[in-house]
Design a protein around this ligand. Structure first.
Ligand SMILES: C[S@@+](CC[C@H](N)C(=O)[O-])C[C@H]1O[C@@H](n2cnc3c(N)ncnc32)[C@H](O)[C@@H]1O
Length: 414
């Protein structure tokens, strides 16, 4: 049976756990935060946007679409900001909805026309169904501060706004969910169940509230009734909290947004894909679970699909992954997350000048140990199990020193 367990990650966005894969789809640290920190901010989009009028993204392992949507949110907010400044300078008027204003001044915004293509791939079509294509309008300034912190929520609540009510509803919903998690028996109470689910009270409760009792009844957060629950799941950030997603939709339309999701093995799709991309988000399950998307051969295929100034971004810090990127012909660098004060991923590029954080001597030396032995899949059609088995044999037969021995010696000398 298809099962997914949803959970609130630390930034309040919803993550998923798959018992079948025995893996989480989203970091408990924060699904949305991770999307921004590992895929969007290190892309240095500001620089790219200054030079280009077209952007092509490849989202490998789309899942419920956090990366694509975070990218669109970022771009949307960045463009709206730039447009505002432009307007202000040129005729002294600020339009809150300037991109779509019928006013003639809005035509000048056409100068900033950016054609947006996103090709996404995932093997799981149910996930895509959980992910309606809408975006929230959380303002993200270019110098970026994540908006999903409690003090931000407080600030928002203290600010007079006609959208306040919606926001209260959202917080109430999260609180109710938390209460329910600790006291699931509250839904056993017929009165509460009736109040939350009965049509006659619907006008007093958002329909999301009514989903909670069903959700809990279906067994500890088990997502079997996908259709009925899809509103509750991912939309918390991408629809429900959205206070101007219609505006964002218009913005997408204005920019000739083209989105294409293919439900298939990413290797198969890319073998017959003629496109080249500016940014590739690689968000597969860990190499130990899904090695087929981390092999040197898959990376060679990605090399053919990356523009000269393009960038591949991934959350993996694995020495084997970095080594595979190097062997596939890329220049490799690291992703640094300031808020965490640590390196949180890897970038692979053709143009070395795009690398902000180089691999250290330690990283390069680690790649020369057994930990740097990468996965192989020459025909790009092996099963994960076969790739793992082959890799294990290669590691066992290798004369390289083990990573633990290397680390011990490194510590001794440094
Ligand atoms: C860590 S999750 C990705 C989460 C996603 N980026 C999001 O925002 O929700 C990994 C995804 O890889 C997909 N997947 C696994 N094997 C794949 C393959 N060979 N080709 C494409 N997608 C695959 C799974 O269905 C799952 O959705």
């Amino acid at each position: 049976m298809y099962k997914l367990y949803p959970y609130f990650t630390n930034d309040g966005s919803v993550g998923l756990f798959s018992p079948a894969d025995d893996d989480i789809y989203h970091s408990t640290y924060g699904a949305l935060t991770e999307a921004y920190e590992k895929f969007i901010l290190p892309a240095q989009l500001e620089n790219f946007l200054q030079k280009n009028s077209e952007i092509k993204i490849l989202d490998i392992c789309f899942g419920i679409g956090y990366n694509t949507k975070s990218f669109l949110n970022f771009l949307y907010n960045a463009q709206i900001d730039t447009d505002n400044v432009y307007m202000e300078k040129n005729n002294g008027t600020i339009y809150t909805d300037n991109t779509f204003s019928k006013n003639s001044a809005s035509k000048t915004v056409n100068n900033k026309y950016l054609k947006i293509y996103i090709n996404a791939i995932d093997t799981d079509k149910i996930l895509a169904g959980l992910s309606p294509f809408v975006i929230c309008n959380k303002k993200l300034p270019l110098n970026y501060k994540l908006p999903f912190k409690n003090e931000k929520i407080e600030k928002f609540l203290n600010k007079p706004s006609k959208n306040k009510i919606k926001f209260y509803e959202e917080i109430n919903f999260i609180l109710l969910e938390k209460i329910a998690r600790n006291n699931p028996e509250i839904f056993e109470n017929p009165e509460i169940f009736d109040i939350l689910t009965s049509k006659k009270y619907r006008q007093y409760f958002n329909k999301l509230y009514a989903l909670l009792p069903y959700f809990h009844k279906s067994g500890e957060g088990l997502y079997t009734l996908v259709c009925r629950l899809n509103a509750f799941l991912h939309n918390i950030y991408y629809r429900y909290l959205s206070i101007s997603y219609k505006k964002a939709f218009k913005w997408l339309k204005f920019h000739g947004f083209i989105f294409d999701l293919k439900i298939e093995d990413a290797r198969k799709i890319l073998l017959s894909d003629d496109n080249t991309y500016d940014f590739v988000f690689l968000d597969a399950f860990t190499p130990a679970k899904c090695p087929c998307l981390w092999t040197v051969d898959f990376f060679k295929l990605l090399f053919e699909h990356l523009n000269p100034d393009g960038m591949i971004l991934t959350y993996s810090n694995s020495a084997a992954v970095r080594n595979a990127f190097l062997h596939a012909g890329f220049c490799v660098g690291k992703i640094y997350t300031e808020s965490a004060g640590k390196f949180t991923g890897t970038v692979a590029v053709k143009n070395k000048s795009l690398i902000k954080y180089d691999l250290s001597e330690y990283d390069l030396s680690l790649m020369k140990t057994k930990a740097g032995i990468f996965y192989r899949d020459e025909n790009l059609n092996s099963q994960n199990e076969a790739i793992i088995k082959r890799h294990k044999i290669e590691v066992q037969n290798s004369n390289l020193i083990s990573s633990s021995q290397f680390i011990k010696e490194w510590k001794k000398h440094n």
